[in-house]
Design a protein around this ligand. Structure first.
Ligand code: PEP
Ligand code: MN
Length: 265
C-alpha cells in the first residue's frame, strides 16, 4: 500500500533544477554543521560538489543544547553561504530558527530547514508555510510519526506543498554508543502514510562518523529519497558536531558508492 502519487519537489539551483522524490535519483545534501568562516564553507562546498552532492548544508543559526556553546555566526554566515553558492552553483539548505530571521534566511536558502527542536514551533511552521521556498522538516527528538506528519500539515495547510521529511534520530536510552536512535523503519512507514519525499540524516542519527556510512547505505537500501551528511574539512577542529562529521575524502568514497545505486527509472 502506498499513499497516492509521490510528490516531486523541484528546487531550482544555479546548477539546474534538482528534484526530490521517489521517482528521482538520490539527492545528497552535505556540508558542515556550522558555517565557521568563508574559506572553510567554500572549500567544503567545492569538495562535496565534486563528490556529487547537489546541496550544501551549513548552519548560520545553531540550536545548541547549551546557551554557552557556539550559536552560529548568524547573518554574516548567510553571506558566506551565498559566497559558496556563487563559487559552486550548489543549492543551499540552512536552518531558520526564528520567524524574525525568515526573510533573511530565505534570501540565501533554496530550502529552509526547520530543526528537530522546532518541529512543533507552530508559529514558525505557519510562517514557512506561507512563503514559497521548500521546507525540510526534521523529526523532533521525541516526536511520533503522527506528531511529525501533523507538523508537516501546518506547512501544507498554509499553502506550501513542498515539504521534505527528514529523520535525524530519536532520543535513545543508550547514549553510550550512539547519540540518537536512527529510525530507518520510518522509510517504509512513511511510504504508507504520505506522498512527501524522505530524507535521512545518519550524522545526527548516530553522532559518530564511523557509523555514518553503514547507516547511509542502509537508508538507501530501505528506499530513502535523499540523505543529509555532515562533512567538515577538519572534523577534529569543528565548532560543532565534529565527531559525527566525515572528512571530504570519506564523503567522496561514500557518495561514489551510493549515487549509482538509485538512478531514474
Ligand atoms: C543540524 O542539521 O545541524 C541540526 C541542528 O539538526 P537537528 O535539528 O536534527 O538537531
Ligand atoms: Mn549538526
Amino acid at each position: 500500500f502506498r499513499h497516492g502519487e509521490p510528490s516531486s519537489i523541484k528546487v531550482p539551483t544555479p546548477n539546474g533544477d534538482v528534484y526530490f522524490g521517489e521517482e528521482h535519483p538520490l539527492v545528497i545534501v552535505a556540508g558542515p554543521c556550522s558555517v565557521e568562516n568563508e574559506e572553510m564553507i567554500v572549500e567544503t562546498a567545492k569538495r562535496v560538489k565534486a563528490a556529487g552532492a547537489k546541496f550544501l548544508r551549513g548552519g548560520a543559526y545553531k540550536p545548541r543544547t547549551s546557551p554557552y556553546s557556539f550559536q552560529g555566526h548568524g547573518e554574516s554566515a548567510l553571506g558566506m553561504l551565498d559566497a559558496a553558492r556563487s563559487a559552486t552553483g550548489l543549492g543551499i539548505i540552512t536552518e531558520v530558527m526564528d520567524t524574525a530571521d525568515l526573510e533573511a534566511v530565505a534570501e540565501v536558502a533554496d530550502v529552509l530547514q526547520v530543526g528537530a527542536r522546532n518541529m512543533q514551533n507552530f508559529a514558525l511552521l505557519k510562517k514557512v508555510g506561507a512563503q514559497d521556498k521548500p521546507v525540510l522538516l526534521k523529526r523532533g527528538i521525541a516526536a511520533t510519526v503522527k506528531d511529525w506528519l501533523m507538523a508537516a500539515e501546518y506547512v501544507l495547510s498554509e499553502g506550501n506543498p513542498n515539504v521534505i521529511l527528514c529523520e535525524r534520530g530519536i532520543r535513545t536510552f543508550d547514549r553510550q554508543y550512539t547519540r540518537n536512535t536512527l529510525d530507518l523503519s520510518v522509510i517504509p512507514v512513511l511510504r504508507t502514510l504520505t506522498h512527501l519525499p524522505i530524507m535521512i540524516d545518519p550524522s545526527h542519527g548516530t553522532g559518530k562518523s564511523e557509523f555514518v556510512p553503514p547507516m547511509a547505505k542502509a537508508a538507501v537500501a530501505a528506499g530513502t529519497d535523499s540523505l543529509m551528511i555532515e562533512v567538515h574539512p577538519n572534523p577534529a577542529k569543528a565548532l560543532s558536531d565534529g565527531p559525527q562529521s566525515l572528512t571530504p575524502n570519506q564523503f567522496d568514497a561514500l557518495a561514489a558508492e551510493l549515487l549509482p545505486q538509485r538512478v531514474p527509472a
